[in-house]
Design a binder for this molecule. Structure first.
Ligand SMILES: Nc1ncnc2c1ncn2[C@@H]1O[C@H](COP(=O)(O)OP(=O)(O)OP(=O)(O)O)[C@@H](O)[C@H]1O
Ligand SMILES: [Mg+2]
Length: 236
């Protein structure tokens, strides 16, 4: 458990290009919070700011009551926040198991690492079967499992996932969402960035809609489903 992550008046820019403008959000424990928005809205930029990769120009980020606004990425991980980046970024020349172990590089106890590995293999039996295979030769769906598995290896309190369903078949998207929901049920909060609106709102409890770097709507999943802006943009 943790006190909610608070994102306050966040401004992020690349050079002169302002990408996030006065973004305010709250990401709570024991739930899936989602972030919806079109291509280029600034979703991945927000994630990069949260995990210390792109420091914001202004504003603050609190996690469990602590100011983490300008922490380096490895220190953000040490606070219990893991990130599954856009495009998965697996190490293709390393085996599945080596990829998973990279996720636990901050943990020193061999017993603990083994326990976490077993847990990931429980969730993804396919990865257990193929632990020695080069990750780059896994199918797209299997690589998605590797990236989620690696994100679980630090035993995060909050897992941030950037568009996990990108490029997957409908059946695999469904399976992935089922797993994300079960990860949340076992106590890891999830911040889910997606364009797959229907399925995301089916598993999230609260959400935000980002458009051109601003939050244009927020509410419970039920509220967002009936929000006129969301309806217009996503449900036709
Ligand atoms: N390193 C960068 N330098 C300059 N501009 C950037 C950089 N990264 C992103 N941008 C710009 O910032 C804006 C937001 O990009 P971002 O990747 O955050 O969008 P997104 O919502 O994640 O989109 P998508 O759904 O396509 O992944 C875009 O206009 C993009 O071109
Ligand atoms: Mg993105």
């Amino acid at each position: 458990m943790f006190r909610p992550m608070q994102i306050e008046h966040l401004h992020v820019a690349y050079g002169n290009a302002c990408v996030l403008n006065d973004v305010n959000m709250e990401i709570g424990p024991k739930r899936i919070t989602c972030l919806l928005g079109a291509n280029g809205a600034g979703k991945s930029t927000l994630i990069r700011a949260l995990v210390g990769l792109t420091p914001p120009r202004r504003g603050s980020i609190f996690f469990d009551g602590e100011d983490i606004t300008r922490l380096a990425p490895h220190r953000v991980v040490a606070k219990g926040i893991s990130c599954i980046p856009e495009g998965r970024r697996i190490f293709s020349k390393m085996s599945v198991e080596e990829n998973l172990l990279m996720g636990a590089y901050q943990e020193k106890s061999r017993g603990e690492i083994k326990a976490r590995l077993d847990k990931v293999y429980d969730i993804f039996p396919r990865l257990a079967e193929r632990r020695g295979q080069l990750a780059g030769t896994m199918s797209g769906g299997e690589q998605a499992m590797v990236s989620i598995g690696r994100g679980l290896m630090p035993a995060p309190r909050l897992m941030i996932i950037d568009e996990p369903s990108l490029g997957l078949s409908p059946a695999l998207v469904k399976e992935n969402f089922r797993i994300i929901r079960s990860i949340c049920e076992t106590g890891t909060a999830v911040f889910l960035v997606e364009q797959n609106v229907r399925q995301t709102l089916a598993i999230a409890s609260y959400g935000y809609v980002l458009s051109q770097g601003r939050v244009i709507a927020q509410g419970t999943a039920e509220e967002l489903k009936s929000d006129s802006q969301v309806q217009k943009a996503y449900f036709g």
